[in-house]
Design a protein around this ligand. Structure first.
Ligand code: PAF
Length: 280
């Protein structure tokens, strides 16, 4: 497994593999890899000849006051985990490599309509930061396929949309969320939870499942379901930002077809997000 931090070195490997007629899949991450990320890498290995994992804690997707400085950076452990899988290359650039002109005045990618609702409304600029860095990575690697987790459902749709709108010939694959035994979605931020909060955290997923069960059972008063779930979370000590049932393809109003229930809620100092897809 090769580890490089410069774009020129990354491109040398990519060119060599392309010249050999091999297909390339990119798995973008911010590191601190857990089994959720490793599921993305395992999927990657099924779909292309060469797997590249990027590890970059992207400053532009953190809103002021968020955990950019304290976000867990565990490069050595991450590289160990990836070398146990069949990863061909780890790209772990410094901030200056990705943003050589600095962060101010940077050309940005925005994905209107999707980037200012739900998480985007509470984290203004977050999805533009994600869209910008993913666009840069797409241009650096020019992969055939890129893989993202469904855990960040809104992000996945933002990326699908940018790939379509900017004509990237890249297939975007979403991989289902990996959960702890009690249902909590794996996330690097779970490490911020106290033992007591960790016990409570499972309620977030259970709340989404109860909405999904209610919809399956024929309940269609979505606003009432959202309100009741919000109330339950509050009573359990969460500070919910939103609980929303929407169209799974575009996050628009629920209509015929698949739905997704999305939530973001604070538990103490930890912001948790989760979602459940309702197939219909
Ligand atoms: O999901 C993440 O880890 C990040 O948002 C991503 C896609 C790697 C962009 O920085």
């Amino acid at each position: 497994m090769q580890c490089v931090s410069k774009i020129t070195a990354l491109r040398e490997h990519v060119t060599e593999w392309r010249n050999a007629g091999q297909s390339i899949v990119l798995v973008p991450t911010m590191g601190n890899l857990h089994d959720g990320h490793l599921a993305l890498v395992l999927k990657a290995q099924e779909v292309a000849d060469r797997t590249i994992v990027s590890i970059f804690v992207n400053p532009t997707q953190f809103v002021q006051g968020e955990d950019y400085e304290s976000y867990p950076r565990t490069l050595d452990e991450d590289i160990d985990k990836l070398s146990g899988l069949r990863t061909d290359l780890v790209f772990h650039p410094e901030v200056e490599e990705i943003y050589p002109g600095g962060l101010q005045g940077q050309t940005c990618v925005t994905v209107p309509e999707l980037d200012n609702i739900f998480c985007g409304a509470f984290r203004p600029g977050h999805f533009s930061g994600v869209a910008t860095v993913v666009t840069k990575l797409f241009n650096m690697v020019e992969p055939d396929i890129a893989i993202f987790g469904e855990k960040d459902y809104q992000q996945l749709l933002v990326i699908r949309r940018l790939a379509t709108d900017l004509c990237f010939p890249i297939k975007i694959i979403g991989v289902p969320t990996i959960r702890e035994e009690d249902g909590l979605a794996l996330s690097s931020r779970n490490g911020y939870l106290s033992a007591n909060e960790r016990n409570k955290a499972t309620l977030l997923y259970k709340t989404l499942v109860s909405i999904s069960d209610a919809v399956d059972a024929g309940k269609h008063d979505f606003i009432e379901l959202e309100m009741r779930a919000t109330e339950n979370l509050k009573n359990a000590g969460f500070k919910p930002e939103y609980v929303k049932i929407c169209n799974a393809d575009n996050l628009g109003k629920p209509a015929a077809g698949d739905l997704v229930v999305l939530t973001a809620a604070w538990l103490g100092k930890t912001r948790l997000i989760d979602n459940v897809i309702i197939r219909r």
